[in-house]
Design a protein around this ligand. Structure first.
Ligand code: S3P
Length: 428
């Protein structure tokens, strides 16, 4: 599908977003090994989270979906059964990496793989700790999906991942869930904490001592009634759009505001954006609230170190913002961007080139000078949801028409994205 964007005069209105992708995955996986039926409302409509549901079903757990409400009939820690075919994680790195932690503890062998993009993404990062815990794993060329996991009775370990990754942390904690004793992950750079928060909501015992996060193995997890807050990473496209298109005000209701994700808001506020938080509340340990963004030109700035890890999914759209900011944007310490759904440094640079935007790239980051204007052009999502959505946003503020090829990639996290964008266009 090709999406055509013409410049917008202004963006105005109230929107709600699909449930947070990270939280939806975790709720579905933990519900599968909890006892009883968990009800999850506002479950992400994105294809990635539905890949997780497909895998959970294939492991013998009944799942029903009615609109965005999902019921998972959990069978306890020992309730998963051997699938009759390879599990399909689709495009979802979260599904394959996080679920592998549970699969490593099963008394059966599982093969898990996914689409072409997922098949190019590195898996040694989870294979190493799971082997240390006692599982046997093999992968294509030793590191790419599909991976074959021969489960075992695991031993508790303390593991320090070599990169900042919530997926790796979750994989080890999920393996630790099934293991006698205390399993720990040492996290020097804090990543999103939805796993810790969700496990506690289901009744697990988690401790945090400085950078060391520990889980007591074999807890009794109880089914829950849950509501997934809207996805702040999906909100980022509208937060940026409002700052690119003059005279814009957008109200985004019911968004997840986990302190482990709101560095995005801190960064935007620090660069001069006007964002107000309203109606803040708590649900199952997660924070939820409404955001009101009033557009203006921001200053731009630097993203590096722990900030890069905290903003990793938002960097493509922040690059778009940076090009039209006063001073530009510099991103450092972002080698992880090279191993996302696409090499996001390369795909941002390619689309920038097509739209007449200057960018200097490095192995682990880039610099985009400020004060530039997008030229309407034909760009591509390259099959990457966040690249497709980021460049649809660029098109709103470009001179002339922009065509986003392979725009359907957005459905991985946000099938309603283009319709939501259209809804905000000022009819005048
Ligand atoms: C996610 C963690 C991040 C992020 C991904 C979702 C999660 O990946 O990029 O979109 O839900 O834990 P890494 O942990 O690999 O950085």
């Amino acid at each position: 599908m090709e999406y055509r964007v013409t410049p917008a005069a202004s963006l105005r209105g109230h929107i709600r977003l699909p449930g947070d992708k990270s939280i939806s995955h975790r709720y579905a996986m933990i519900a599968a090994v909890a006892e009883g039926t968990t009800r999850i409302q506002n479950y992400s409509s994105g294809a990635d989270c539905h890949s997780t549901l497909g895998c959970v079903r294939a492991l013998g757990i009944p799942v029903t979906v009615e609109g965005t409400t999902v019921m998972v009939e959990g069978k306890g820690l020992d309730g998963l059964s051997a699938p009759t075919a390879a599990l399909d994680a689709g495009n979802s790195g979260s599904t394959i990496r996080m679920l592998s932690g549970m699969l490593a503890a099963q008394p059966f062998e599982t093969v898990i793989g996914g689409d072409e993009s997922l098949s190019r993404r590195p898996m040694e990062r989870i294979m190493k700790p799971l082997r240390e815990m006692g599982a046997e794993l093999s992968a294509r060329d030793g590191k790419y999906p599909p991976i074959t996991i021969k489960g075992a009775k695991l031993r508790a370990i303390q593991y320090e991942p070599p990169m900042a990754s919530a997926q790796v942390k979750t994989c080890v904690l999920f393996a630790g869930l099934h293991t006698e004793g205390v399993t720990s992950v040492v996290e020097r750079v804090q990543t999103r904490d939805h796993t810790e928060v969700a496990l506690q909501a289901f009744g697990a015992e988690i401790e945090k001592n400085g950078p060391v996060l520990s889980i007591h193995g074999r807890p009794q997890l109880k089914a829950q009634n849950l509501y997934v807050p809207g996805d702040l990473s999906s909100a980022s496209f509208f937060l940026v759009a409002a700052n690119l298109v003059p005279h814009s005000t957008i109200i985004i209701e019911g968004v997840g505001l986990s302190p482990s994700r709101t560095k995005l808001l801190d960064w935007l506020l620090g660069t001069g954006a006007e964002i107000r938080l309203m109606d803040v509340a708590q649900t199952a340990g997660e924070t939820i609230g409404t955001l009101k963004v009033t557009g203006r030109q921001v200053r731009g700035g630097v993203i590096e170190g722990a900030m890069t890890a905290a903003l990793i999914d938002e960097i493509p759209v922040l690059a778009v913002l940076g090009a039209m900011s006063r001073d530009g944007i510099t991103v450092k310490d972002a080698a992880e961007l090279r191993v996302k759904e696409t090499d996001r440094i390369a795909t941002v640079a390619e689309n920038f080139g097509r739209m007449g935007i200057k960018i200097q790239t490095a192995a682990d980051g880039f610099h985009v000078p400020g004060g530039q204007r997008f030229r309407g052009a034909t760009v591509d999502s390259f099959g990457d949801h966040r690249i497709g959505m980021a460049f649809a946003v660029a098109g709103l503020a470009a001179d002339g028409e922009t065509r986003v090829e392979n725009a359907q990639a957005a459905s991985v996290s946000f099938p309603e994205f283009y319709a939501t964008l259209e809804q905000l266009r000022d009819p005048a």
